[in-house]
Ligand binder design. Structure first.
Ligand code: T5A
Length: 217
């Protein structure tokens, strides 16, 4: 059966501190949109393409040699340039819906606000990698740093020890990331919605659905 389409597609990104519930919410929203017969592409950054997933491993895992902050920024940009051209734009051109776990605002929050790299350069990198297509709607799932640590430790209770280079950054780093996201939202009130993610997943999902529904109709 042909899928329902949206003119120019709908591009929704999910942002927030570590463990804020992005994957949980994306899964619930994707199910609801698929039931309504839209084409839904669920993807993530870094990653989303074969090249992007290779870059993800380089960025996330600890290595013998540490990664310079500037090299880290360019790797996130490389992953995104490929992702945009090979996966996101083609889906939007078909009239589909892209749900992306982290995107440009993560770069601004982590590499800009927390690593303190040059904001002007980051903005130019966004322009270069995005081909002019910004997300239509961005959710910042907001939790405080204590809640983020609690959720991360719960997740690792039954699995291998943490091997995530960025998660292992200091408390001050993660505090700067959270504040960065809130500042980005303040500066982009039309696109970016801050969602209190310290509630039951079903209640958060209802808020997200309300926003997405109004973006579609
Ligand atoms: N990064 C990324 C940059 O530095 N720059 C960039 O440009 C980009 C794109 C990516 C890393 O790269 C960095 C940021 C990251 O450090 P990642 O694997 O994508 O790494 O890391 P996260 O996005 O943090 O992924 P997580 O899987 O840790 O978090 P999620 O997806 O936000 O959370 P989720 O849904 O997996 O839930 C985490 C736990 O909380 C529970 C879940 O059951 C799970 O146990 N949970 C809730 N508990 C209570 N109430 C709720 N409402 C809950 N929702 C979920």
């Amino acid at each position: 059966m042909p899928k329902k389409t949206i003119e120019n597609g709908l591009f929704v990104t999910f942002e927030g501190p570590e463990g804020s519930g992005k994957s949980t919410q994306i899964k619930m929203l994707a199910e609801r949109l698929t039931e309504q017969e839209y084409e839904v592409v669920v993807t993530r950054e870094p990653g989303g393409t074969i090249l992007g997933e290779e870059i993800r491993k380089l960025l996330i895992e600890f290595r013998e040699e540490d990664i310079a902050d500037e090299a880290e920024l360019l790797l996130f940009g490389a992953s995104r340039a490929q992702h945009m051209r090979r996966k996101i734009l083609p889906c939007l051109k078909r009239g589909g819906i892209v749900l992306c776990d982290r995107f440009v605002d993560s770069t601004t929050a982590y590499q800009g606000y927390a690593r303190k790299l040059d904001f002007g350069f980051i903005q130019n990198l966004h322009a270069f990698s995005l081909c002019g297509r910004w997300p239509d709607l961005t959710f910042v799932l907001d939790i405080d740093v204590d809640t983020s640590y609690q959720r991360m430790s719960k997740r690792y209770q039954n699995s291998a020890p943490v091997n995530d280079r960025i998660e292992a950054e200091s408390r001050a780093f993660h505090t700067a990331v959270r504040e960065g996201f809130l500042d980005i939202a303040k500066k982009n009130p039309g696109r970016v919605k801050v969602i209190d993610a310290n509630r039951l997943p079903e209640i958060i999902a209802a808020d997200l659905w309300w926003e997405v529904y109004h973006a579609i109709v």
